[in-house]
Structures are given as C-alpha cells and as structure tokens.
Design a protein around this ligand. Structure first.
Ligand code: NIG
Ligand code: FE
Length: 399
C-alpha cells in the first residue's frame, strides 16, 4: 500500500534533520526534530514501513490511498496508563474542583471497586479505554496493575492486561493497602516475594509510587531491585506531589523512565541529563488535580529526553487523549508543537526502550495516524478538535 498526497509527514527520522533543543536552531535540512517531509508518501508492506519520502519519488504499488493533502505522523506511544480498574471517582474530582487537594488516598476507592469487579467487567473497561485511545491515535499503550494489591488481584490485572498489550507493568507497590496500613514492611515483603512470583510471568516492567503517603526511597529501591532480579525492567512514579528521592533512584537503577517529574531540584535535572532515563511528563494529572505544571522547557534545555503520556486512570487523570496532552504541554509547559509531538511518539518509544514504534522509518511497525490538518502543529493549534481521521496499526487500517 502507498499512502500518498501527504502535505506533511512526520517520520522522526533523525537523519532528516533535527532541532537542537539547547539552541532551538536547525542543525540539519529539516529544521525539526521530527524528520519532516513535505508532499510526501509512505509505503507499507505487511505490518512494516517499507519506504518514506517525497511523493513524486514513491515506488509504484497496486494499492493507493490518497491522503488528500492531510498530514501523517507515527501512532502515539502512550507509555503510562492505569487501565485495569472498576468504578470512577467523579465525587473526588468534584470535590477537588471546589478546592480540595489531591492525595494518594483516593487510590483506595478504586482498589475496593476493582477487587469487587468480575474479570469480565475489568476486561470490558480495559478494552473500552484502549479503543478510545486507539481512535485518538494511540497505537502502543503501556498499562499497569496497582488497583488490586493482593497476590490474586494483582496477578489477575496483569493477566488481563497482557491479553491486550505487550507493555504490561507490575505496580503492586502503588500504595500500602488499607488492610496492611499498620505494617508497610510486611506489604513490601509481599510485593517483592509472593506477589512478584505471581506477577512476573505476565509483565515486562516493574513500577513503584515513590511518594509521601506511598513508598519511600528505601522501599522503592527494594521493590525495583527485586523486580529486576526477576527479569522485570524498572520504571517509577517519581516526584509527582513533592520533592523526593525517586528521580535520582531511577537514574541510579537505569530505569527506562521516571514518570511525573513535577517537583525537580537542579540535582534531579542533572541526574536525568547524565543518564538514559527518560522523563515522562503527564500533564493530564496536573490538569485534573489543579497542580503546578512540570517544567518541560527546563528538562529539554538541560538535554533530557522527554516523553508525554496520558497517565489515564480514574483518579488523577481520566483522559485517554494524547492530543489533549500535547496541547497542554505546548500551552503550559514550554514545549514547541514539534517537541510535544516528538515526545508523544518517539519520546514514548524511548520510555519503553523501543525503536520499532514511534517513528516512520523503513523496518518500523506501520503504526500511523492520518490527521485532518495540513500539519501536526494543529494538534496544539486546534485543541479539543477531533482531527484524527485515520489510524493504521501494524499495517491494518483500524479507524
Ligand atoms: O499516576 N500517582 C500514582 N498513581 C496515579 C494516580 C492513581 C489514582 O489516583 O488512582 C498517578 O497519578
Ligand atoms: Fe500513574
């Protein structure tokens, strides 16, 4: 298949020219980190990208799709969500919007509803939010456990998630469950022992919520190192609600990603700049908790790799929309539209340590979004407008 008559194609191919985040000036021909091609075409062969370039040079194929002067970009890579849950927290949101603050305590409400739900209910919820995300352009989506917090409920969440995505994260260490509130050490022993044994076969990643009211630095280290010893790769909820040890622990353990990064010291930023840990920013959470925005500009200017994801969950960020997060990041976090689109595609892939998604280069998966706009900039320029008019996943048109 050739998709042709594309006004603006985002490839994220660095060899086509990129902008230095330090100077904001063009180092290559494209003048963008996005490897832009104007008047472009893409050739898809099976589930992979076979060719990209100027439409006039595209090889002839039988099957031709006319993009009609619209734009094409890689499918979004949402590297952080919590989709295995039941119930919602409308009341908590209402209370926040009348002035109450957000705390980790609301997680308990969802834990109770999730434990009480059947497998069928949980899977129906999960597939509903995955397809909601797909229709908004997300073709790779990580998702986590963390609302079960018993051996059986965490393993069940991961088993259900693994039916629908390869990017599954064990977050038994989300909070200490109410039934063990007076013995957090016993819960950490469970999370790093019997629960890990039951969960590791279903997951790729291990995560911990390192925060006051959840797990401290020593507990987080114990959780991540135990997971690593079982073949899970670390990622971490770090520095969301307050300053803390999470970000530097992430870099020390070579976690793929430190997520949230809302409260950062200069030492935290320096640590991120010195390692391979991606800073994943989740503006849906600051939007929905009326919190301070993470400072993407500061991270980019320091040379940190930034990803943008939804954090979709019923408490702190009940959005499945990457385009919404792109618009917030541009308006309120100091990102340019090009940087935000890169972070929501190639950045998300980096946060999952993948190079087969988040870019449209030969050999990568044919996961792509057709945007009803002349360029990707419209994702931020036209916030809230449903511009995604086509989605291909693994070479198959699904929207
Ligand atoms: O990423 N921070 C921890 N976990 C979620 C919130 C979960 C909830 O409130 O249910 C987050 O924001
Ligand atoms: Fe989260």
């Amino acid at each position: 298949t050739v998709i042709t008559n594309i006004a603006t194609l985002v490839t994220n191919d660095p060899s086509l020219g990129r902008v230095s985040s330090r100077s904001g000036t063009s180092e290559g021909g494209g003048g963008s980190p996005l490897g832009l091609v104007r008047d472009a075409a893409v050739v898809v062969d099976g589930d992979r990208i076979a060719w990209t370039g100027e439409a006039s040079k595209a090889p002839a194929t039988d099957n031709r799709v006319d993009a009609g002067g619209r734009s094409v970009l890689p499918g979004f890579v949402d590297s952080h969500s919590h989709l295995v849950f039941a119930g919602d927290r409308t009341e908590e949101f209402n209370a926040r919007m009348s002035g109450r603050g957000y705390t980790a305590g609301g997680i308990r409400t969802t834990v109770a509803a999730t434990r009480a739900a059947s497998d069928e209910e949980l899977e129906a919820n999960l597939t509903r939010y995955l397809s909601e995300a797909l229709s908004q352009g997300t073709t790779t989506m990580e998702t986590k456990s963390g609302y079960g917090l018993t051996v059986a409920d965490e393993a069940r969440a991961l088993r259900l998630a693994a039916r629908h995505t390869d990017e599954v994260t064990y977050l038994g260490a989300h909070i200490v469950p109410p039934d063990l509130a007076d013995d957090p050490a016993a819960y950490v022993t469970l999370v790093t022992g019997e629960m890990l044994d039951a969960c590791a076969p279903h997951a790729r990643w291990i995560d911990v919520f390192c925060e006051k009211g959840a797990f401290d630095g020593d507990q987080a280290r114990a959780v991540l190192t135990a997971g690593r010893a079982r073949g899970l790769h670390p990622r971490i909820h770090a520095n969301q609600l307050s300053y803390g040890p999470g970000v530097q622990l992430a870099v020390e353990l070579d976690a793929a990603s430190a997520d949230h990064c809302t409260h950062l010291t200069d030492a935290d930023v320096d640590a991120l700049a010195s390692g391979d840990t991606v800073a994943t920013l989740l503006p849906g959470a600051e939007f929905s908790t009326r919190a301070e925005w993470p400072d993407a500009r500061r991270l980019l200017d320091a040379g940190v790799t930034v990803a943008l994801s939804t954090d979709c969950n019923p408490g702190s960020s009940f959005t499945s929309s990457v385009p919404f997060c792109v618009a917030l990041a541009v308006r309120d976090m100091g990102m340019t539209p090009d940087e935000a689109v890169w972070s929501a595609t190639a950045g998300g892939a980096a946060a999952l340590r993948r190079t087969d998604v988040g870019r449209l280069t030969p050999g990568a998966y044919a996961d792509l979004v057709l945007l009803d706009a002349p360029s990707h900039v419209h994702l931020a320029y036209r916030p809230g407008v449903p511009l995604v008019s086509g989605v291909w996943r693994r070479g198959v048109r699904v929207v």
